[in-house]
Design a protein around this ligand. Structure first.
Ligand code: PLP
Length: 381
């Protein structure tokens, strides 16, 4: 059996190596390294895939969030609500722009922002909400869009972990996660479901005006070359990344199915165990593209399980060990009164198993046997 990796980008590359290599060489021979036809073609292909009017590629998922908040014209002191249990990118850019972050709790079962907590946190200064589609499932967009409409808030969907997931509304309509709010953002960091060979990101929107503004902001605030109408940033996807991503995009659905197959293997082996909670599929509202397969270990010691797996050559990760409100950089007195108990609890209970497109049945079998073995040994001791 091959070595088990948390993420395996090498085996995935080997399967499409010829096509990727040819595309990258074409970029090198063409001499257009920034912008140019590869980036434009990729943006058009991703827009078609997501069914949005505009895709604006940028240099990273974090830049995409920053450009989104800048383009919405938010002012210092405006409040932006986001999930406390998440990666730090959203809260980071909120702070960088001198906006006021309001961290709210998440749903225990789905790990995504709790619409009721969003509603409770709204004040006259609230201007935007950033739901994060964590681990591969969409947040409850129907509830969030209804709240946003009632309170006139912008919704920026952080889709870095859920590209390709379908969001299902109560009338059965399916839209891609990231294509529902005013702006969607994603990341092409190599380990994401659609990953490049370096950094990259994108914004999506159906709004023509907003798209024009985002394009200008990502390009030094220029609507016309060398006329800087507003303060922008420099954030571009390079042509080599675009060429790689163009080769990978047609495989994205297949990659997400391979992740789902691995998840179903995990589900089947671990479902119903007294000490293990498998991730809930919120199948009425969303498909799951399993950026991560994340267990909750309720009674036994999560950290001891991690060590046990490591001793058997199985990597695992804690996404995320510290909720954002408790991070050194983001601790604020005002969070003391907020109820972030689910987020606190998740940080103690979660453990993510290896998840990528190349896990073999033998590897999956070995991993689940090791997880179950840990609990059996604990019971017999
Ligand atoms: C990866 C990630 C980002 C940031 O993407 P980068 O391309 O690394 O800047 C933002 N939000 C979430 C939820 C992520 O997982």
């Amino acid at each position: 059996m091959d070595e088990i990796r948390m993420v395996d980008l090498v085996s995935q590359y080997e399967q499409i190596k010829t096509a990727v290599d040819e595309s990258v060489l074409r970029v090198m021979a063409g001499g257009q390294f920034i912008k140019g036809p590869e980036v434009e073609a990729f943006a058009a292909e991703l827009a078609a895939y997501l069914n949005v009017r505009h895709v604006i590629p940028v240099a990273s998922g974090t830049d995409a969030l920053q450009a989104a908040l800048m383009a919405l014209g938010l002012q210092p002191g405006d409040e932006v609500i986001t999930a406390d249990f998440s990666f730090a990118a959203a809260v980071e850019v909120i702070h960088l722009l001198r906006l006021t972050p309001v961290l709210v709790d998440v749903d225990y079962d789905t790990f995504t922002i709790d619409p009721k907590a969003v509603e409770r946190a709204i004040t006259p200064r609230t201007k935007a909400v950033i739901p994060v589609h964590l681990f591969g499932q969409s947040a409850d967009m129907e509830a969030l869009m209804a709240i946003a409409e009632e309170h006139e808030l912008y919704v920026v969907e952080d889709t870095a972990q859920a590209i390709g997931a379908a969001c299902i509304s109560s009338d059965g309509r399916r839209e891609k996660a990231g294509a529902i709010g005013h702006v969607g953002t994603t990341s092409f960091f190599p380990s994401k479901n659609l990953g490049g060979f370096g950094d990259g990101g994108a914004l999506f929107t159906r709004d023509d005006e907003l798209a024009t503004r985002i394009r200008a902001i990502a390009n030094h605030g220029m609507y016309r070359r060398y006329y800087h109408d507003e303060i922008g940033i420099n954030s571009r996807l390079d042509s080599i990344q675009a060429a790689v991503l163009r080769e990978k995009l047609p495989h994205l659905d297949r990659y997400n199915e391979a992740r789902d197959r691995a998840a179903r293997h995990y589900d089947k082996a671990l479902r119903g165990h007294l000490h293990i909670r498998i991730p809930k599929r919120d199948a009425v509202r969303t498909t799951h593209v399993f950026h991560q397969y994340t267990l909750k270990i309720r009674t036994a010691d999560r950290n001891r399980l991690k060590a046990h797996l490591e001793s058997r050559g199985i990597p695992s990760m804690i996404y995320y060990p510290v909720p954002l409100h408790a991070q050194k950089a983001y601790r604020r007195a005002r969070y003391r009164s907020a109820d972030l108990s689910v987020s606190d609890r998740l940080a103690k209970e979660v453990i993510s198993l290896p998840m990528h497109t190349e896990l073999s049945p033998a590897q999956l079998q070995y991993i689940t046997a090791a997880v179950l073995g840990f609990f059996n040994a604990a019971r017999d001791a």
